[in-house]
Design a protein around this ligand. Structure first.
Ligand SMILES: [Zn+2]
Length: 221
């Protein structure tokens, strides 16, 4: 798996110093600056500490199965802003390199918020997953959105159960119960940050559900 993050700190040098500080107990394999400079911090075959408590497709030890890439960006707390072209181009080149060495399927190029929706928002809705997919990395779909009433917090029934089952099949930690509870809304919010960034509100509207169905199709081996 390749897991993308933002640094969520005021500056790139601050983030680099923290990732290099053993006492901080956080690390990542790579850091990509906004100007496109790439810092290799941990050898790819070694474990880095970037995912924390997380889950994807039954796996909880995400650090054991992933390469972590930190993108310099102040994040939601310090002035979230778009990821500039130089940074995106450097990331694309880096992913080309990594994937020439390791077998990583498109469905396993993910954001931190995908594997830890309750704790993390990074890299967030300003990260251009669509452009990344166009460059050959990760999944993106834009199906025509079918009509249909949105599902939202408080709803329950077979529609909600099917939605949760779909999220679980894609990889999220969202056991089907049929109740659209807080955890389901949090998972939908994470899904939207990655795959439906125009509206990040935790409501499973027709567009969100259509994208999930098409992603499942695209992710199928
Ligand atoms: Zn992160």
């Amino acid at each position: 798996m390749i897991l993308l993050h933002y640094t969520g700190m005021r500056s790139g040098p601050d983030a680099l110093a923290r990732l290099r500080d053993p006492a901080a107990k956080v690390s990542a394999h790579y850091l990509v600056e906004e100007d496109g400079r790439v810092f290799a911090l941990v050898p790819e075959a070694r474990r880095a500490w970037h995912a924390g408590v997380s889950f994807w497709k039954g796996e909880r030890d995400i650090n054991a199965v992933s390469i972590g890439v930190e993108l310099v960006n102040p994040g939601h707390d310090f002035g979230y802003r778009p990821f500039p072209p130089a940074q995106m181009n450097a990331l694309i080149d880096l992913l080309d390199d990594i994937r020439a060495r390791w077998t990583v399927s498109e469905a396993r190029i993910l954001g931190h918020s995908d594997v830890a929706p309750g704790r993390k928002q990074d890299p967030g809705e300003l990260f251009d997953w669509k452009a990344l997919a166009k460059a050959g990395h990760g999944l993106w779909v834009e199906p025509p959105s079918p009509p249909g009433a949105p599902l939202a917090k408080g709803d329950n029934g077979t529609g909600v159960f099917a939605l949760q089952a779909g999220l679980t099949r894609l990889g999220y930690d969202c056991p089907p119960s049929g109740d659209y509870d807080d955890a389901t809304a949090t998972t939908i919010t994470a899904f939207q940050r990655h795959w439906r960034p125009a509206v990040v509100d935790g409501v499973a509207d027709g567009e969100t559900r259509a994208r999930l169905v098409h992603l499942l199709r695209a992710a199928a081996p």
